[in-house]
Write a protein that binds this ligand. Structure first.
Ligand SMILES: Cc1cc2nc3c(=O)[nH]c(=O)nc-3n(C[C@H](O)[C@H](O)[C@H](O)COP(=O)(O)OP(=O)(O)OC[C@H]3O[C@@H](n4cnc5c(N)ncnc54)[C@H](O)[C@@H]3O)c2cc1C
Ligand code: FES
Length: 232
């Protein structure tokens, strides 16, 4: 473990923040770090850029992180895990809620690679969006209709011609990802899809077994990014 200082905190809402570290890590989109919030727990968080994590407060540790101050220190292990495989061709990125975190990093990486990136990004309500101005070719959805189209991510996916894309990347709530795996299978595009999945993690390095999936794969080593084919 090494220690990094918090350089800057960007608060998106009461429960959402992006925390920038004092140093860039050598990492690829889809990888995660184990973040030790001193006095609280060590938790897995996807990198939202080489020097940031984007966090939603759901419990004590994430709440502390969202309210952390510049100059405080965090213990870091990693980056760990299997990243997304990039493309310089056409890509569709599908994000639900805080699932946007690893996809921010992926979006910026693909744009730099010269890819043609389209996005579908859905949240509950307007204040849940993170960096919406950054995504130029994006369908925004809210469940309460407070911004963009009223509805769910899955409604927008049904309107896309999925054959147009070289790769499809997904991260979001479990129910959304399960629906998409089934839909991609029926549409014949499962082979080009990749999903970032969440499991309860302790060691982050493939030793403790707490993150093993139904198929016996360790989300911290073989994942957190899996191909749609592996997950179906
Ligand atoms: C690889 C990976 C990457 C992640 N990336 C992000 C990220 O970029 N941003 C972010 O905000 N969160 C991310 N998470 C989820 C984050 O780790 C949990 O929200 C966090 O551990 C909760 O800690 P807590 O002490 O605040 O809450 P706790 O009190 O531990 O839990 C609060 C609630 O969250 C649920 N929860 C806790 N851990 C997880 C988990 N691993 N998966 C699903 N539900 C969980 C609990 O069941 C409980 O209902 C990621 C998880 C994994 C495995
Ligand atoms: S977190 Fe320990 S094996 Fe994955």
């Amino acid at each position: 473990m090494f220690t990094l200082k918090v350089r800057e905190v960007e608060r998106h809402s009461k429960s959402l923040a992006t925390i920038y570290f004092s140093k860039k890590l050598k990492a690829y989109p889809g990888q995660f770090v184990m973040v030790n919030v001193f006095g609280f727990e060590e938790i897995p968080l996807s990198l939202s850029s080489p020097n940031s994590v984007t966090v939603k407060a759901v419990g004590k540790t994430t709440e502390k992180l969202v309210n952390i101050q510049e100059g405080e220190s965090l213990g870091i292990r990693g980056p760990f895990g299997n990243p997304f495989s990039p493309t310089s061709d056409s890509a569709l990125i599908i994000a639900g809620g805080i699932g946007i975190a690893p996809l921010i990093f992926l979006h910026d990486f693909l744009v730099k690679c010269g890819a043609d990136v389209r996005m579908i990004y859905g949240v509950r309500s307007r204040s849940d969006f993170i960096f919406p101005q950054r995504f130029l070719n994006c369908v925004f959805l809210t469940e309460d209709g407070s911004f963009g189209i009223k509805g769910k991510v899955t409604d927008a996916v049904k309107k896309e011609n999925l054959n147009e894309f070289e790769k499809i990347y997904v991260c979001g709530p479990k129910a959304m990802m399960e629906w998409l795996i089934d839909y991609f299978e029926r549409r014949g595009v499962i082979e080009k899809s990749e999903f970032s999945v969440e499991r309860y993690m302790r060691c982050g390095i493939g030793v403790c077994g707490s993150c093993v999936t139904e198929k016996g794969l360790r989300a911290c080593v073989e994942g957190p990014v899996f191909s749609g084919k592996e997950l179906r």
